[in-house]
Design a protein around this ligand. Structure first.
Ligand code: MOS
Length: 673
């Protein structure tokens, strides 16, 4: 099935947040802190206010009214303290974008700076154990005796990996238009991953009842997590529109996005593994060090993957968090699982090498019967099938037995493997379905980020109704629609689809219309370990002279329950794998140690893979039936594609060169060193 909005997208008719025609719209442009920590001493807006077209300047000189319990990242202009370089300290509203931008440059902000600390390290004095880490997991777990397990092991590894700050770079920069009507009701066209969730946050921030706010996000040009939480630009648009008495548009520049839309925390991860003579794990210890801002505790759950992957009698996982003078990290495709599996799956490869075992076999040997941490049965788990199918397709049996022995001219050639995993959750959702003029209209406040959600939901509804998809019209992207969770956590299809199926079933009983709310259904889901799994295989070529690394082949084999649409699914998988390739070799945001903030601030400095970097990425899946997930039997597919890719490539670099690089990205300079 072709994407329903494919034609309007490729013809430029799809309307994105900044593109809604709004009469009399004005423009806001933020002024950002130039220090990493301290206080605002003074704000002189006189010159800016006198410039052409300027309507207003917002700043803490006149703090706008906001809820007292607003998220500190969104509580604009409430205080004088600076928590990170790039924080919004003022904004100019003007008749045109260029007027606003020019005047923002003329706002004079003086500061009382204080020394800052922007460096995550394992001996940081402020490290602490958070009460819990993201998604509600305990920060630390312990089972058995890790020291005894390591002491009893035939082979051990004790290795530390680091991953850098990473930034989401969706094609559509973050943007919003805010309009207040005469009754004080706010409409926001926002580039957001969830209309309903965004409405809730904007209403809470402004201290408004939810029914006084509406968020519309019919088309969104990617997000990867950066639009999963309400960002300050949306609140700024609302405040600016209120102050100027006109609708206000704000469109962040690519450079501003690096400061204001979140990022993946850097990580330092120590892995200690032990295995007996046959390769059975005797111990896993996974410690993750991550950072957050001084404003908000954001604790990325990097070490939770070790609780799911392998059978072991002793297992310890721990998270330590440092609060630095940095912007608050946020979600980036598979937050937690992605950096965590880079470390765990690299360490498994090191263990295989140390033990003289094939890395596919090492994983197969350690396949658990039940969830290694909680002991719950898996709803379904087909990691071994993915490894076997991948090995067959990839030609793994022809792999050189030792690293560093295959050379083609100047190129060293190697292959690597890593496992993938991601939770298969769902969240409560509402949906409605009605018959009108013989067609079926389904409504749910879902979001299509470019994933194809609209198309997938149409197929799901058509299946539930027993009619052809062209008789089904799915309306999404508006908080006025039945309430739905965010497009995030790979939960969209499972959550929205469950409600759509139930609404369609209700329509079939009623004959005219149906409504569903899956809150009770989701609450009564049986206690099971629900995860998608996969296996990724990479071939790399490393130039012995220049250190250049190419990836001629990437293969992912996934087990993700029922696949709703093959074309959309392939797109998600290879998109995730491509992003994983970027993480392995290219992507890195350097922190400015001297001034705070980030040194990399655009696509010339932050390199994402381009077409020439990814000549052959193949994603396939195995048939997996799992009736205990949701009515469709689906597991999410948006994130698992990125999980494990970087480890597979790093492991292949080791196989090619005999050298292990434990700090991402694996650059030519590191290879040559
Ligand atoms: Mo994604 S990081 O769950 O938006």
């Amino acid at each position: 099935m072709n994407r329903i909005e494919g034609r309007v997208k490729v013809t430029g008719l799809a309307t994105y947040a900044a593109e809604y025609p709004v009469e009399d719209v004005a423009y806001a442009y933020p002024v950002q802190a130039t220090i990493a920590r301290g206080r605002i001493d003074g704000i002189d807006a006189a010159e800016a206010l006198a410039m052409p077209g300027v309507l207003a300047v917002l700043s803490s000189d006149e703090p706008p009214e906001l809820a007292a319990d607003a998220d500190p990242e969104l509580a604009l202009f409430q205080g004088r303290e600076i928590a990170y370089r790039g924080q919004i300290v003022a904004a100019v509203v003007a008749g045109t974008y260029d007027q606003a931008r020019a005047a923002a440059d003329a706002v004079r902000v003086t500061y009382l700076p204080q020394p800052h600390d922007v460096t995550l390290r394992t001996d940081h004095a402020g490290l602490y154990t958070p009460d819990q880490v993201n998604a509600g997991f305990p920060a630390d777990t312990a089972k058995g005796d890790v020291e005894a397990g390591l002491a009893a092991a035939e082979t051990t590894v004790d290795v530390t990996y680091t991953t850098p700050v990473l930034h989401n770079n969706p094609m559509e920069p973050h943007a919003a238009i805010a309009l207040w009507d005469d009754e004080g009701t706010l409409l926001v066209y926002n580039s957001a991953q969830g209309a309903a969730t965004d409405r809730t946050t904007i209403a809470k921030t402004l201290g408004l009842p939810e029914e006084r706010v509406r968020v519309v996000n019919r088309h969104v040009g990617g997000g990867f997590g950066s639009k999963g939480t309400t960002r300050p630009h949306a609140v700024l648009a609302a405040l600016a529109a209120r102050k100027a008495g006109r609708p206000v548009k704000i469109a962040l520049t690519r450079q501003q996005m690096f400061d204001l839309t979140g990022y993946r925390t850097p990580t330092i991860q120590r892995l200690r593994l032990g295995a007996d003579r046959s390769g059975r794990l005797t111990a896993i210890e996974h410690e993750a060090y991550v950072q957050s801002s001084t404003l908000v505790e954001f604790a990325e759950q990097a070490a939770v993957v070790a609780r799911t992957m392998y059978a072991t009698p002793s297992l310890r996982t721990a998270h330590r968090l440092a609060r630095l003078d940095v912007a608050t990290p946020s979600w980036m495709r598979a937050p937690g699982e992605c950096p965590g599996m880079y470390a765990l799956e690299s360490a498994m490869d090191e263990l295989a090498t140390a033990a003289g075992l094939d890395p596919v076999e090492l994983r197969v040997i350690n396949e658990p019967d039940t969830d290694p941490d909680g002991g719950l049965p898996f709803s379904s788990r087909n990691l071994v099938a993915c490894l076997r199918e991948g090995a067959r397709r990839f030609g793994w049996d022809r792999r050189d037995p030792a690293p560093g022995i295959r050379r083609a001219g100047d190129w060293l050639v190697g292959t690597g493997v890593a496992a993938s995993t991601y939770p298969a959750r769902r969240a409560p959702c509402q949906a409605s379905a009605v018959v009108r003029d013989g067609d079926f209209h389904v409504r749910v406040a879902a979001t299509d980020l470019g994933t194809g959600a609209r198309t997938a939901l149409t197929k799901i509804a058509a299946g539930a109704l027993g009619v052809a998809p062209d008789r089904v019209h799915v309306e999404i992207g508006d908080s006025d629609l039945p309430k739905a969770p965010v497009a995030g956590g790979s939960m969209g299809t499972a959550s929205w689809g469950s409600a759509v199926v139930r609404a369609c079933e209700a329509l079939r009983r009623d004959g005219q219309e149906g409504f569903a709310d899956t809150t009770d259904e989701v609450k009564s889901d049986a206690a099971l370990a629900r995860h998608a799994f996969g296996a990724q295989f990479a071939e790399v070529r490393v130039n012995a002279v220049t250190g250049e690394i190419r990836v001629p082949r990437l293969l992912g084999v996934f087990a993700c329950g029922h696949i709703v649409d093959a074309e959309l699914a392939r797109s998600q998988f290879i998109g995730g794998m491509t992003m994983g390739l970027g993480m392995a070799l290219l992507e890195e945001t350097l922190t400015d140690l001297e001034f705070g903030g980030f040194l990399h601030r655009d696509l010339a400095q932050y390199h994402v893979p381009a077409c020439a970097d990814v000549p052959d990425v193949e994603a396939v899946w195995i048939d997996e039936q799992d009736d205990r997930l949701n009515p469709m039997g689906v597991k999410g597919i948006g994130e698992i594609g990125i999980v494990g890719t970087a480890a597979a490539i790093g492991n292949a670099v080791h196989h090619a060169t005999g050298r292990r690089i434990r700090d991402l990205p694996i650059t030519p300079a590191k290879v040559l060193a």
